[in-house]
Design a binder for this molecule. Structure first.
Ligand code: MD3
Ligand code: FE
Length: 209
């Protein structure tokens, strides 16, 4: 086949991995990530527990996800610049809607995109994403650059986790029951990727409002 469909794997009920689906748009996504970062810089945020997160983040969209001493929330204004977050680039929006549809979610229209940047040693502990209004809308995750181990659990923190290596270009759509499952990633190992250097970027597209 000249243009095969990317490999589609259901890693858990409702969680669909589209292997390599972002490969051909990766360079374009990374260019747009740099433009977003130039307007709303990457920053280290504090957890409500008062510890810095090891992942650096920024956002684009109508609202952006942030964490500080008061909790986790979506904000219309970037607290670092005091102006709105940059708009979601057209290529992000088109891509997110297209991959969500491929996973069975028609008309996904994200209003927030969290950009996480992992350096060697960065990790993200098990958590749920529950700061959004409508859990019937999926979350679309796009992995770019260095690989990482993704841990996917159940609706209880104590549920056993499935481990999946997320590689450059992988897309995961989390809908249905998986939308509220605990998840996290292991520690990024040092490495060098031709497009991202020493980093891994993750985009998560959300319908927050
Ligand atoms: C499952 N990010 O930003 S992506 C996050 O690689 C986050 O940066 C990780 O968890 C990362 O909140 C994991 C996979 C992911 C993202 C959101 C989810 C899995 C999810 C929301 C609900 C269920
Ligand atoms: Fe998450």
């Amino acid at each position: 086949m000249l243009f095969p469909e990317p490999e589609i794997v259901e890693i858990a009920p409702g969680a669909v991995l589209l292997r390599g689906a972002a490969e051909r748009v990766a360079a374009e996504l990374l260019n747009q990530i740099q433009l977003v970062i130039s307007a709303s810089p990457l920053r280290t945020v504090m957890t409500p527990m008062g510890k810095p997160m090891s992942v650096q983040m920024t956002n684009c969209g109508d609202v952006g996800w942030i964490s500080d001493r008061t909790g986790y929330k979506y904000e219309e204004f970037d607290p670092l610049t005091s102006v709105r977050w940059p708009e979601i680039p057209a290529v992000f929006q088109t891509f997110a809607t297209e991959v969500a549809a491929r996973a069975g979610f028609e008309d996904f229209a994200p209003d927030a995109c969290l950009i996480n940047r992992y350096a060697a040693g960065s990790k993200m502990g098990l958590h749920q994403d529950r700061d959004e209004q409508d859990f019937s809308q999926p979350i679309v995750s796009v992995s770019l650059g260095l690989p990482i181990r993704f841990n996917f659990g159940g609706v209880q923190r104590s549920d056993t986790t499935t481990k999946v290596a997320l590689q450059h270009g992988d897309v995961v759509v989390f809908g249905g029951i998986s939308r509220l499952c605990f998840h996290g990633v292991g520690t990024l190992r040092r490495g060098e990727h031709p497009l991202t250097g020493a980093y891994r970027f993750n985009l998560t597209f959300r319908r927050a409002c």
